[in-house]
Design a protein. Sequence first.
Length: 161
Amino acid sequence: MKTPLRAANYRLLLNVGLGVLLTDWLTKALAANLLSAGRPVSLFGDYVRLLLSHNPGAAFGMRFGGAAVHLMVTLAVIAFIAAIALHTAPSRRLEQAGYGLILGGAVGNLGDRLLLGHVIDFFDLGIGNVRWWTFNVADVALTAGVGLLLIASFRSRRTVQ
C-alpha cells in the first residue's frame, strides 16, 4: 500500500532538510560578516582554516553553461531528488535522512546563487600549499547525504541476498 504524502510521514526528511538549510545559511552569514577574503583564520594549525571565498561556479568551482543553465539544472536536480524522496517510504529512515541532507544542502547553495550570484564557501582543508577546494556546510551535507544513500543501498542489497 502506498503511503499518503503527508508532512507527518516525512518529518525526518523535513527536519533534516530544514536543519541543514538553517545551519548553512547561519554559518555563511557569520563567515561573510566575520571573515575577510584572502585572510585565512587557522583552527587546527594549517590543516583546517576558515577562508572566505565566493564561488560563482558549480561544485569544486566547475562551470557549465551560463547562470541560467546552471539555475535550470540545479532546479531540475532538486525536483528530481525531492520526487524520489517523497516516493521513499517514511520507514526507510536512513534514506529519508540522506535525502534531507541532500535537499537541504542543494537548497542552501541555490539560495546563495539566487540572492548573491555566488555561493559563500569558507572551510579550507589541506597541508601547506596542498589545499582541498573551499567548501561550506551545504557541501558537507550533500556529501554526507550521498554517503547515507550508499550505505542504505548496500544494507538493502545485503538483506535481499
